[in-house]
Design a protein around this ligand. Structure first.
Ligand code: BGC
Length: 764
């Protein structure tokens, strides 16, 4: 039995620190901070890694359109230099004993403690604690305890905010940072304990202001500090005589604002925030209580494996702390705010992998993430028009304003499934929440504009007498460019259907809002007739002989791929062996494609068809993307292939903890975190939304005796407890309306309302 709320590193290994720094990240959606050692200076360690949502600089590559941007490594606000009898305290040089680094996921804190054995025989015990407030997004806290174990050493501590940092240079082939990258920051002002910097690499560069309040207490009294300002550094330092067995405590609050936060200049906002004279302990307590509320709705309790429980919580923890639900101008990048791979870009990862978690546990956060897509609708419209299409064409990789920021050469213009992925997430949100207001203000407009895009992108082929979508890149990026990718075609048809439904609903529920929307976007009723034609006649690649759904027009005709030759070391195919130019010849799938589709639209495929597809594609799938394990986990769990499903769960849940993709150093994999949640809830729990109803059809793996979790559905809160024998659903919070559920293998229909609060469905 271990504490399943903490993830702990017990041995210090200098060579693994950078990978682990990502794993030990803290954040609150506004700022994200890797778990680096505060006292480390120089080398890659200097780069620390503190990123802020929406704070980008000009990147080093060429983007398809507009500017290539990257997340900026912002000032290291936790920087500290410590000297004991004149010797620098560094983990790399001193001998360390009783070391531990602990991520407390329940409370959202990072702790490190160790005994440092200096070269001159001096021993000092240290304990570091920090947190990034979930309650007050602009404030973080740091606490350092220093306790001499022998002797009475001279101790010097300088706590700083250090803006002399650069980005990492991530080698895209290796997926790893190899040396320091661009320097984005220029100091524009330094005054007592406040520093202001500008992102110099952009003409309209964001301004960041940071201030620190630092104090040091020893033997009951405050030690006087000395303030110094450097060109890109503010510091407060203390000197005192340590005493064996006595603990000195340094506390520091960091206040941060940017020019994105409103009209008031950021340094004024910092001054105002500092003037509140907050107490470290009060701030920590309010932070913990916000976390406690978050866990109440999002935790999944697993009875049967402590390791799985801990890993599950790690995935949920990271998802929650990456979400910028305070600001609908933002979404979650592929690596969140934990690293620089993919430069903070936003992909389908958000809508298909992360959104289900937010829709069903924190609908307000889900709405905010979807509003981001509404905000960039003008750019998506412009994009469509520039390429001779209609409606809205969302970028494959969006930065802040929605421009296509994928690097040239990656084939961004073909990965258009992103467009219906966004529509799918909107539809799921609507089904899960019943939030008509959202639909009337934002959702319906997106559905119509994306439907218009598909109308212009699908083309009627008079020879085949149906509609094709040619030259696309499906989720399987190793197909390079294909015709009639099944995923793209079926999801496009869904998108058209969702638009028709949403229009019907809006006309009924809010005719006034519909009339102004339809005028604004010049909607004409004939459009629906056209959409219906495409829905009815779009190419669906399917082999009638074997009942196998085909990834695209040519998949069966390609050359079989020798996976052993392609992945001799288990490393990524694209990196190590197969030349990109040759890839399109082979039957090789980078990541789940048909399998992913079958999970999204389970009602469209029989159990037998899903099994045939899984058996066929699995041996042809390289799992070269972190987005591959979870769809395989969900499909196998739903098919009752529980050993396979459990294996995928392990791969997904422990992916970053074990550095399975060999690139955790460049940031954590947030789509995979959402995917892990999906294997548990949508795979083992068998949960999905269909026609506005929640379906729960569980299948627990052998290793788990019970699993329980909460779901928010249509304004109600449900607690679902699944054992091998029964499924129990309790209505913990109701909005007065009855809720319809389908539960169990036999899909029994239930209505939960004020009278019936708990139902128990025993397995046969
Ligand atoms: C995957 C994409 C994914 C992107 C960002 C790529 O390697 O193939 O599906 O969207 O990474 O996570």
């Amino acid at each position: 039995m271990g504490n399943t709320w903490v993830y702990e590193e017990k041995t210090f290994r200098a060579d693994q620190q950078k990978e682990l720094d990502a794993v030990f990240s803290l954040g609150n959606g506004y700022v994200g901070c890797r778990g680096f050692s505060e006292e480390e200076q120089g080398g890659l360690g200097r780069l620390g890694g503190i990123y802020m949502a929406g704070v980008f600089g000009r990147g080093k590559l060429k983007a398809w359109e507009g500017m290539h941007r990257e997340l900026v490594n912002t000032p290291n606000c936790f920087s500290v230099k410590i000297r004991i009898n004149g010797e620098p305290m560094l983990l790399r040089t001193g001998r360390i004993s009783d070391y531990s680094r602990t991520l407390n996921m329940r409370e959202g804190t990072l702790e490190r403690s160790f005994t440092w054995n200096g070269l001159n025989g001096q021993k000092v015990r240290f304990r570091f604690e920090r947190f990034v407030s979930m309650d007050d997004l602009h404030v973080s806290g740091q606490r350092i305890e220093v306790s001499p174990v022998n002797g009475n050493p001279d101790i010097e501590i300088a706590a700083s905010i250090d803006a002399d940092v650069t980005n990492l240079f991530v080698d895209t082939l290796l997926d790893r940072p190899v040396h320091p990258g661009l320097r984005h920051l220029k100091t524009v002002g330094v005054k007592s304990q406040i520093i202001e910097v500008k992102i110099e690499s952009l003409p309209d560069g964001v301004i960041i202001a940071e201030g620190q309040e630092v104090s040091l207490k020893h033997r009951g009294s405050q030690i006087r500090g000395t303030d110094t300002n450097g060109e890109s550094l503010i510091s407060r330092s203390f000197k005192y005589k340590g005493i064996k067995g006595e603990t000195a405590v340094l506390t520091k609050l960091i206040h941060v604002f940017t020019s994105r936060d409103g009209e008031i200049p950021p340094s004024k906002q910092v001054e105002k925030s500092m003037a509140r004279k907050l107490e470290y302990s009060d701030l920590l307590n309010s932070h913990k209580s916000v976390w406690s509320g978050k866990w109440h709705s999002a935790d999944i309790e697993i009875d049967g494996s402590d390791n799985d429980q801990r890993a599950m919580r790690f995935n949920i923890f990271q998802l929650i702390q990456a979400c910028p639900s305070h600001d609908h101008r933002l979404s979650i990048g592929a690596r969140g705010l934990t690293g620089e791979m993919h430069e903070g870009g936003i992909f389908w990862d958000t809508e298909i992998f992360k959104l289900p978690f937010f829709t069903l546990t924190d609908p307000a956060a889900a709405a905010s993430l979807l509003r981001f897509r509404h905000g960039i609708l003008p750019e998506a419209r412009r994009h469509a028009k520039a390429l001779w299409f209609q409606g809205a064409m969302y970028a494959w990789k969006s930065g802040l304003d929605g421009a296509e920021e994928t690097e040239v050469g990656v084939g961004a213009y073909y990965a258009i499934h992103i467009i219906s992925d966004i529509s799918y997430a909107i539809r799921q949100y609507w089904e899960g929440t019943g939030d008509s207001d959202f639909m009337h203000k934002y959702g319906t407009e997106i559905l119509i504009e994306t439907a218009r895009f598909w109308k212009s992108r699908a083309h009627y082929d008079p020879i085949r007498r149906n509609y094709s979508i040619l030259a696309v890149r499906g989720p399987n990026e190793y197909g390079v460019i294909v015709n009639n990718n099944l995923y793209t075609n079926m999801m496009a048809a869904e998108n058209l259907r969702y638009a028709i439904d949403a229009i019907g609903q809006m006309k009924k529920e809010n005719p006034k809002a519909w009339s102004s929307l339809s005028q604004k976007i010049k909607f004409n009723a004939g459009e629906i007739t056209e959409w219906k034609k495409i829905i009815g006649r779009i190419v669906i690649c399917h082999d009638a002989k074997t009942d196998l759904y085909l990834e695209d027009d040519m998949y069966l005709h390609r050359v079989p791929f020798d996976m052993k030759r392609g992945k001799p070391t288990g490393k990524r195919v694209i990196d190590s062996t197969l030349p990109y130019e040759a890839m399109a010849m082979y039957q090789i799938t980078k990541q789940s494609d048909v399998v992913c589709l079958m999970n999204l639209l389970p009602w469209k495929f029989t159990e037998k068809q899903r099994r045939i597809a899984y058996d066929y594609y699995e041996p042809r799938t390289a799992h070269d993307s972190s987005l591959s394990y979870s769809p395989h986990g969900v499909i196998t769990a739903r098919l009752g292939l529980l050993d396979d499903a459990y294996r995928y769960f392990k791969e997904s849940a422990y992916l970053d903890i074990t550095d399975l993709q060999l690139n955790t150093i460049s940031g954590l994999h947030f789509a995979n975190f959402g995917g892990t949640w999906q294997i548990a809830v949508m795979g083992f729990g068998g949960v999905h939304l269909e026609n506005g109803r929640l379906v729960i059809s569980p299948n627990l793996p052998k290793a788990w005796k019970k699993m329980s979790f909460r779901l928010a559905c249509k304004g109600a809160l449900l607690r679902i407890c699944i054992s091998k024998k029964s499924t129990e659903v309790t209505l913990e919070k109701s909005n007065g309306r009855p809720l319809e559920l389908l539960v169990g293998k036999e899909l029994l229909q239930f209505r939960l309302n004020g009278d019936v609060k708990t139902l128990k469905n025993n397995r046969k």
